[in-house]
Design a protein around this ligand. Sequence first.
Ligand SMILES: Nc1ncnc2c1ncn2[C@@H]1O[C@H](COP(=O)(O)OP(=O)(O)OP(=O)(O)O)[C@@H](O)[C@H]1O
Ligand SMILES: [Mg+2]
Length: 305
Amino acid sequence: MCKEVLVDVKHLSHHFHLTKKAVIRAVDDVSFQIFEGEIFGLVGESGSGKSTVARCLMNVYEPQAGTIRYHGINICNKKEFQKNRKMLQTRRQIIFQDSTSSLNQRMKVADIISEPMKIHHMTPPRGSCREEAKFQMKYVGLDESFLDRYPSELSGGQRQRVAIARALSMEPEFLVADEPIASLDVSIQAQVVNLFRHLQQEHGFTFLFIAHDLAMVEYLCDRVGVMYHGRLVELAPSKELFSNPLHGYTKMLLSAIPIPDPIRERKRKLLLYDESDFGEGALREVSPGHFVLQPEKGGHSDGEA
Ligand SMILES: Nc1ncnc2c1ncn2[C@@H]1O[C@H](COP(=O)(O)OP(=O)(O)OP(=O)(O)O)[C@@H](O)[C@H]1O
Ligand SMILES: [Mg+2]
């Protein structure tokens, strides 16, 4: 089956220059592709570069090197970006970890949800902005009695649903969720992840899901990329990655997932990853669709999976 590529990231690097000498290589030569209609997960420890990748994909940061193509359009090229600005700003949406800071506290829920449509002068498909907000709220499981409330009057889970409803009001074809469940209670996390799964199945949008919780990623994602120190160290279909991790860092990460069965949990061994093993290299395809960062030996793979 031939899958259409929606997002094509090639040799992406983004460094933060703190002083003349101090540089953080937040994202370093990262290549991957996201196919239309799939849920792509990005995992890795704090500071590994996940949000920086997401921000580059959304044109929040201008990367220092590499290219990002969206529907074949090089969005890192200013001219190409400007030419397609409206399409790019409406079709791509992002949801952040902490909806408390991403929602305007002085606006009512109805206005927060319909604001992007107003900004982009879109005609609300259901007649009025208020009707549209009502529809989206119902869709994400929020009672319409919240329409005239302020974010401070809502719980964390409800606020996150408002953020999701706001993003969905634009009917995006590409949704980036940067740790959308990390600030929620465990019970609410499962609800929100199920909501994402349901919405994605119904809408069929392409979804980049960034998370710390590996169990959630395994449950939700079709393919997963693992980041470590700004590099993509492994990329594989979810089932393959979780059953057959190959990079030392992925092995360590997966060994830390608690097992619900108490007998197996007692026998679970936490693997360690020696940071000194980490060095330069390139992604290589070791089995169909399974890429691992390996030391360079002449050839070079772009990680086009
Ligand atoms: N605006 C910035 N200025 C300077 N350094 C930054 C900036 N944003 C991120 N960094 C640094 O870049 C690296 C990658 O950060 P990033 O936020 O992408 O990581 P992350 O994987 O999203 O982490 P987390 O899981 O904690 O959200 C980190 O070392 C971080 O300190
Ligand atoms: Mg982050």
